[in-house]
Write a protein that binds this ligand. Structure first.
Ligand SMILES: NC(=O)c1ccc[n+]([C@@H]2O[C@H](COP(=O)([O-])OP(=O)(O)OC[C@H]3O[C@@H](n4cnc5c(N)ncnc54)[C@H](O)[C@@H]3O)[C@@H](O)[C@H]2O)c1
Ligand SMILES: O=C(O)C(=O)C[C@@H](O)[C@H](O)[C@H](O)COP(=O)(O)O
Ligand SMILES: [Zn+2]
Length: 366
């Protein structure tokens, strides 16, 4: 299989293909002496393989195992990694390599951003979501008890290695969760993505499906294009947050029992309904959100008894300014605009549109 390189603003490459481990030493760079490979428990063997490959090329390589999924994105786990770096004597000419999903790349990126005020990081994403989104663009972060990704830094990687073979072991529901961010790129910027999904929803749900490589490359190109113009989210980059205001709130209310991609799927339907109620989106485009996401098996509704908690969580969204809630909505396909300070009645009406008919205390989807 051929290898694709997508340059992110000329600063670093996202390398896509299979059997790419031999590319890693080049991305880490000859001047680096020590490397810390950060991986979750589920990827212990893969992480050790990466460490051994680096040792074979002359690096002093260590491995650190971190908790699975969102449990890794805490200040305690970051402090554990700072301790490992300190004890091994990591200097500014050393590096971190992350091996895992978006939770691992966010954590490892954050630790790289903060250790000695910034050392090199190379990401080796092993989930679809991390390949198309989390590993690219330099947003890093951890959660606090008050909310999702509330502490972090912009710290672009030196390179990203997307070895598609790693997707073979990914549980199907995690692969599908990653498709939510791919579909997001379709709605905000590249509608061909939506056409491909609509033509063969079952095929795109399989890592070995005929169009998966095309979808991955298209989504990475959308992200690379946006972040290379606006790394620090002064304006344009906010479009990558489509569906995330409500999605992050769902994740928090559910104490991270929902995968990020599943929550973002609900969040995109919520914000489509909000745009419709605000007179910016027609019924057909709202329906297209439900039909595409639903055809992939992603959730498109959420329990109806959590409004106060969801609203409270949405107020802590990074797009908020003072008491003003701000949303990325579409005024048409691939036409993202901002909706600032919508009427609270509209916000709640959009919630009613995505609410599943469940009794209080029972979760219907997840
Ligand atoms: N920084 C960004 O720009 C950005 C973008 C999107 C999402 N994110 C963050 O990414 C996180 C979600 O990432 P995710 O969906 O990859 O979830 P994740 O990192 O929690 O991984 C999902 C699960 O898959 C397992 N796993 C990973 N690779 C595997 C493989 N190859 N085979 C078998 N199991 C594997 C993990 O151990 C975990 O249990 C969220 O925290 C989200 O906030 C960040
Ligand atoms: O890269 C971005 O910018 C994004 O918003 C991509 C999102 O998919 C991602 O989940 C991101 O971590 C959300 O960022 P946050 O600033 O809302 O925490
Ligand atoms: Zn996301």
């Amino acid at each position: 299989m051929s290898t694709t390189r997508i340059s992110v603003g000329g600063d670093y490459d996202v390398v896509i293909g299979t059997g790419l481990l031999e590319e890693l030493p080049g991305l880490v760079g000859e001047s680096v002496q020590r490397v810390l490979v950060v991986h979750p428990r589920a990827l212990a063997a893969t992480g050790e393989g990466v460490r051994e490959a680096l040792v074979a090329k002359g690096f002093e390589a260590y491995a650190a195992e971190v908790p699975d999924a969102e449990e890794a994105k805490t200040s305690q786990v970051a402090a554990f990694l700072w301790g490992v770096l300190g004890q091994a004597g990591f200097t500014r000419s050393d590096a971190i390599v992350s091996v895992g999903g978006g939770a691992t790349t966010d954590l490892a990126g954050f630790v790289a951003a903060t250790w000695l005020r910034g050392i090199k990081v190379v990401h080796v994403p092993t989930t679809l979501l991390a390949m198309v989104d989390a590993a690219v663009g330099g947003k890093t972060g951890i959660n606090t008890p008050e909310g999702k990704n509330l502490v972090g830094a912009f710290h672009p990687p030196a390179g990203v290695l997307c070895d598609l073979a790693t997707l073979e072991t990914l549980p199907p529901h995690d692969f599908v969760a990653g498709l939510a961010e791919v579909v997001k790129c379709g709605f905000i910027a590249d509608p061909v993505i939506l056409d491909v999904v609509e033509a063969d929803p079952e095929g795109v749900k399989r890592p070995d499906g005929a169009h998966v490589r095309e979808l991955i490359e298209r989504a990475i190109r959308v992200k690379a294009d946006v972040v290379s113009q606006d790394l620090k989210e002064a304006d344009l980059r906010e479009i990558l947050n489509y569906g995330h205001t409500f999605g992050h709130a769902v994740e928090q209310v559910e104490r991270y029992a929902f995968r990020h991609g599943a929550a973002v799927s609900i969040g995109m339907v919520y914000v489509a309904e909000l745009a419709r109620l605000a007179g910016k989106m027609d019924d057909a485009l709202v329906d297209r959100h439900r039909s595409i996401l639903g055809s992939l098996g992603l959730p498109v509704s959420y329990r109806g008894d959590k409004w106060p908690q969801l609203l409270d969580a949405m107020k802590r969204d990074k797009k908020s300014r003072g008491s003003l809630l701000r949303f990325v909505v579409l005024s048409g396909l691939a036409r993202p605009v901002r909706l600032e300070g919508p009427d609270p009645a509209l916000l709640q009406a959009a919630y009613a549109e995505v609410s599943a008919d469940v009794r209080p205390g029972r979760v219907s989807l997840g």
